[in-house]
Write a protein that binds this ligand. Structure first.
Ligand code: CU
Length: 650
């Protein structure tokens, strides 16, 4: 029977027809799927530079697993915390349209996930495609908890460049022989600068330029005459990095998951929090050589830093088998790239000026042309008084290092800001009075003022829905001018202008690029200069903005925008059912969860010789007593066994 069916031309015709029909289903039917991931946060022993230590990882992997989705997909990631540290994960660069609950910065959009607990991040990727990454967003845990987040274009939609032969993510990180949590904890206690990392890494591997690391090298094996798409991600904690491959030119095609006008460069500069896609065209023929790819920092500040170099190896597959026997790979000449000087600000400026939006019909640059609100923020370092009475702190002149925006060093709340706002309980958590410009103006890039003390507070800048914003960020020379990569959550912004010295409101805006400025989520405020960005506040929620040099964030170089709901239903933050869970005060870590069960049922009760059936809880009259301690979580399951509808008020 089966045989006759299979051999039947009619069946074949029908079968082919059904296949064809399948292919004719409009592509959008396949367009959006939900992708599920599970992140188990757990300790894992990892060895680098001959140091073995137990680090916090996702699923035991270092770097963590790659998330791949398509534009339009919904992504659900269940994060289960099996370690002692509190944790939260940020999906860096994801717009999180109306889904601010899933953004991840601890105490901003959520309380951190406590040991033994879990949290489900739920968001839809709208209007974005390209390379992003995810990382822990609490303390310095992102030093080991990070991984690529790759958004492919919708099915059937090509890149605006020739399809590469292969795509390879290269995520830059830092390796610490010490525990980075101890490093930052000590720095914040003494008030001094933190110890620096021991190595930089490509995909977790420091490479052969470090002691005891020859085998831990990232190798990129390529074929000649092909084009590779390298997805470069800087997940390092404290360092902007130059990257180059010896004897090869790179074509930059995307930054922060937005296509840019392609341009060629020998070296890429990439700040922590930034991503850059480059095309690597391999040599047309086997070059009889291997090539180093290296990265080392771009540094403008005065503090100590890790000045080492990570190296990976670009290795060509030999087409001839004979070559292997006559000339083993090891014996091939090795070329090393020449990177710019560690403080080459001139290169940094030229490189950032080359980045331009595509600004075409398919990928327009929707730069806000009119501005509702102008803001001017100073960005820089400062000091706090020494907090310990008996000893001197190790910051400048016995003080403690601090950092601030408009001289406000941001104090982290103990309740998540978004929940405080959403539940109308912002009193005592934050104040909505972040200054729109410095309270006391000064010569920002000139001789620094004698008083370097910062103010401290949890202040938010409130924006009505759809406000068109222009923000000028001005570096200060207090304790040394320094390049600061500022990252804004919840939005992309256009970089409309930048310059050195003090921003001139009367002169500089005339030179703004409102046609094809680069659009991104992290931008370097030039050392001793300023940068102007524009964005539309079309995403309700609380959005963190901070320096992505982790030590500066730890010192307070952070603030948050509160974007209010719009009038229409689709201009509001999604409701979130776990809100109560996060309102547990964080100091009540000793608090326990108490479970009660209330069975609503009828019970015969007699008073004054009258017996009647009354509604009770658990048959008791009056009902049972609830006892708890301050800080406890109460879970009361109410089951209604009577005819009446019921609800209980506490
Ligand atoms: Cu900074």
């Amino acid at each position: 029977m089966g045989v006759s069916l299979l051999s039947s031309p009619e069946f074949l015709r029908l079968f082919l027809l059904s296949l064809i029909t399948l292919c004719l289903i409009p592509q959008h039917v396949f367009a959006s799927i939900t992708r599920h991931y599970k992140f188990d946060i757990k300790q894992q022993n990892v060895t680098r530079l001959c140091h073995t230590k137990s680090i916090v990882t996702v699923n035991g992997q270092f770097p963590g697993p790659q998330i791949v989705a398509r534009e339009g997909d919904r992504v659900l990631i269940k994060v289960v915390n099996h370690v002692q540290n509190n944790i939260s994960i940020h999906w860096h660069g994801i717009r999180q349209l109306r889904s601010g609950w899933a953004d991840g910065p601890a105490y901003v959009t959520q309380c951190p996930i406590q040991s033994g607990n879990s949290y489900v991040y739920n968001f839809t990727i709208t209007g974005q495609r390209g390379t992003l990454f995810w990382h822990a967003h609490i303390s310095w845990l992102r030093s080991t908890v990070y991984g690529p987040l790759i958004i492919l274009p919708k099915r059937g939609v090509p890149y605006p460049f020739a399809k590469p032969y292969k795509e390879v993510p290269i995520i830059f990180g830092e390796w610490w022989n010490a525990d980075p949590e101890a490093v930052i904890s000590q720095a914040l206690q003494t008030g001094g600068g933190p110890n620096v990392s021991d190595a930089y890494t490509f995909n977790g591997l420091p490479g052969p330029l470090y002691n005891c690391s020859a085998k831990d090298a990232f190798k990129l094996k390529v074929r000649s005459g092909k084009t590779y798409l390298l997805r470069l991600i800087n997940a390092a904690l404290n360092d902007e990095l130059f990257f180059s491959i010896a004897n090869h030119t790179l074509k930059v095609v995307e930054a922060d998951a937005i296509y840019v006008k392609p341009f060629d460069t020998d070296t890429v500069l990439i700040a922590p929090g930034q991503t850059t896609n480059v095309l690597l065209k391999t040599k047309p023929h086997f070059p009889s050589a291997t090539f180093f790819m290296t990265a080392r920092p771009y540094v403008t500040g005065l503090g100590t830093f890790d000045n080492s170099t990570v190296a990976g190896i670009l290795e060509y597959e030999s087409t001839s088998k004979a070559l292997h026997t006559t000339l083993p790979m090891k014996k091939l000449p090795l070329f090393k790239p020449i990177l710019p000087a560690l403080n080459d600000t001139s290169f940094a400026t030229k490189f950032s000026n080359k980045l331009r939006s595509l600004a075409n019909a398919q990928f327009p640059a929707n730069v806000p042309q009119k501005v509702d609100r102008h803001f001017f923020f100073t960005i820089g370092l400062g000091t706090n008084p020494c907090s310990s009475n008996n000893q001197t702190c190790q910051g400048p002149n016995g003080t403690m290092f601090a950092a601030s925006v408009n001289n406000v060093s941001f104090a982290m709340p103990t309740t998540a800001l978004l929940q405080a706002h959403f539940s109308g309980q912002s009193n005592g958590v934050y104040s909505p009075d972040f200054p729109s410009s410095p309270i006391i103006p000064f010569n920002y890039t000139g001789t620094p003022p004698n008083d370097t003390m910062v103010g401290n507070g949890t202040k938010l800048m409130v924006l009505p829905y759809n406000t068109s914003v222009e923000l000028v960020m001005q570096d200060t020379s207090i304790l040394g001018a320094e390049s600061h990569p500022l990252h804004l959550h919840g939005f992309n912004f256009f970089v409309v202008g930048q310059g050195f010295g003090n921003f001139d409101r009367n002169k500089d805006p005339a030179n703004f690029n409102l046609v094809d400025p680069v659009e991104r989520n992290t931008v370097g405020v030039p050392s001793g200069g300023w940068v102007a960005i524009r964005f539309v506040a079309d995403n309700p929620g609380v959005w963190f903005m901070h320096c992505h040099l982790e030590i500066h964030t730890s010192w307070g170089l952070k603030m948050a925008w509160l974007v209010l709901d719009g009038k229409l239903p689709n201009q509001r933050l999604f409701l979130f059912s776990f809100i109560t869970l996060c309102l547990i005060p964080q100091h009540a870590l000793a608090g326990i969860t108490r479970h009660y069960k209330f069975e609503i049922k009828l019970q015969n009760v007699t008073r004054l010789c009258h017996t009647k059936s009354i509604i009770t809880v658990n048959g008791q009259f009056p009902g049972p007593r609830i006892i708890a301690r301050e800080g406890d979580q109460l879970l009361i399951k109410v089951v209604n066994h009577v005819q009446n509808n019921i609800s209980i008020h506490w």
